[in-house]
Design a protein. Structure first.
Length: 260
């Protein structure tokens, strides 16, 4: 079940969502608590979008949890083709809808928000973005939400480099009452910490590892998950048979690199 009874302590019982990554969910102490905001971070090419969509798709297929994927990067058609080639499908009958907001990128002057230097004034685009997602919540009542991606939301909503604006975004997402996954482009150096890392309830970080033979493999790590007794170790990540698989392994962090 994607909504399972996670028990991080004998005194507390919470609903949780599975990632449906084989070999990984058991190390999340029952799953991702309902209502959490989780960053899926990593460099380009680490399959962030695919993993996020897979979480929506498998929760819909296995447990009838409805999902909404909001894209400001790819068009709906491009994302659909990408996921269908991997054996995942889009549509109300599959429990996953795609909301294409990539039009916001057409002409910087047209879509860039303005919330002032400190981000305290709500920009018209922030209000529009919020209204669109709230309307979709009323229409399809989605349980899981993916936002692709955080850097574009920050620009569109006029909150880039604004701690207050970012706080307002995260507070609104919590009030929305869904479990949210936000795709974030992060540098390969895990020692670099961003404001969003502090505000998020959880972080699933993806990297590319290079071996001495220059072979590359994707690596997944849960660096943070509030209210969950999770394993912070590294897992080799593969996509096969229409789902992700993870196998634990210890790594020399100094050899971790991210590449396109």
């Amino acid at each position: 079940m994607s909504i399972s009874e996670a028990q991080p302590s004998p005194e507390k019982t919470e609903k949780a969502y599975s990632t449906y990554i084989e070999g990984f969910d058991g190390h999340l102490d029952g799953g991702i608590p309902q209502g959490h905001i989780v960053l899926i971070s990593g460099a380009p090419g680490t399959m962030k979008s695919t993993m996020a969509f897979s979480i929506l798709y498998n929760n819909a297929r296995e447990d009838l949890a409805s999902g909404l994927y909001v894209t400001l990067e790819q068009t709906r058609e491009s994302l659909m083709r990408q996921m269908e080639k991997l054996g995942m499908f889009v549509g109300r009958e599959f429990g996953v809808e795609i909301l294409d907001l990539s039009v916001f990128r057409q002409g910087e002057e047209d879509w860039m928000g303005d919330s002032g230097e400190d981000g305290r004034r709500e920009s018209p685009w922030f209000k529009k973005f919020r209204n669109i997602l709230e309307t979709q919540k009323k229409v399809i009542d989605y349980d899981l939400l993916v936002i692709d991606s955080l850097p574009l939301v920050e620009i569109v909503c006029g909150i880039r480099n604004s701690r207050y604006g970012l706080f307002r975004l995260f507070r609104w997402l919590h009030d929305l009452g869904t479990t949210t996954f936000i795709i974030s482009e992060n540098p390969p150096d895990e020692r670099i910490v961003r404001e969003s890392d502090f505000m998020a309830d959880g972080i699933l970080h993806l990297l590319m590892e290079t071996s001495a033979e220059l072979n590359l493999s994707r690596v997944l790590r849960c660096t943070k998950m509030r209210e969950v007794n999770h394993d912070p170790g590294y897992y080799v990540l593969e996509y096969k048979d229409r789902r992700f698989w993870a196998s634990p392994k210890r790594y020399d962090v100094g050899r971790m690199v991210s590449r396109l």
